[in-house]
Design a protein around this ligand. Structure first.
Ligand code: FNR
Length: 198
């Protein structure tokens, strides 16, 4: 069976991140032919154009991991009605130097969990806008705004409520179909694995 390599970014640096819990559930519920690798963002220095001619190893690793992925899934909290700084920083690194944007044409989807009632809606809206500029090919529907409770996500990727589990299963099936559709018209080449600062 052919598999699709999915890189996923968790937008939280918290050791008890509810979004990492959500990511575990999404991976568990995903179609079999999706293979997931987390792309870490917590070790990146703050981006500055001063680094454009000499990317640090952490940022080269970030770009390599994106280039080796056939699609990207963003699982992010909402911070002050927008994207967490750590995630925006990672996107800034990946999008530069100018002309070497790692997200160009990449299939992508956005999802997030919050303890608040709007379930990261505004963070996702901000992220979608950033990813549009980065020319990522985003899944537009279904949207998924998840309100987290420990009862709903008891741990280890379990989901206690059947309708939520069914919805997350549909979300991942739609993501898989979106990835296949985008890759059909915009195939990603193995040779896009970058050199130093690409
Ligand atoms: C939050 N939180 C939050 N929640 C929300 O629904 N909308 C918001 O704008 C914010 N803003 C916000 C800012 C900052 C700095 C923090 C630390 C938290 C609460 C947030 O939903 C909660 O902390 C989640 O647990 C964050 O997700 P992770 O980090 O656990 O994955």
């Amino acid at each position: 069976m052919a598999t699709y390599k999915i890189g996923y970014l968790v937008g939280s640096l918290s050791s008890t991140s509810i979004n990492r819990e959500l990511a575990k559930a999404l991976i568990r519920l995903a179609p079999e032919d999706l293979e997931f690798t987390e792309i870490p963002i917590g070790n990146l220095p703050l981006y500055s154009p001063d680094h454009d001619t000499n990317y640090p190893p952490e940022a080269i690793a970030l770009k390599d991991a994106i280039h080796q992925s056939q699609a990207i899934l963003f699982v992010t909290p909402e911070y002050n009605r927008s994207i967490p700084g750590a995630l925006k920083n990672a996107i800034d690194w990946a999008s530069r130097p100018w002309g070497q944007n790692a997200f160009d044409h990449i299939p992508a989807a956005v999802i997030g969990a919050s303890i608040g009632q709007i379930g990261t809606a505004l963070s996702q809206q901000s992220l979608r806008s950033v990813l549009s500029f980065c020319n990522a090919r985003q899944m537009t529907a279904p949207e998924a705004y998840i309100q987290y409770t420990p009862e709903l996500f008891p741990g280890n990727g379990e989901v206690a409520d059947e309708s939520t589990e069914a919805f997350l299963t549909i979300f991942m099936a739609e993501f898989r179909d979106h990835v296949v559709r985008v890759l059909t018209v915009l195939p990603r080449q193995a040779s896009t694995v970058p050199t130093a600062a690409s």
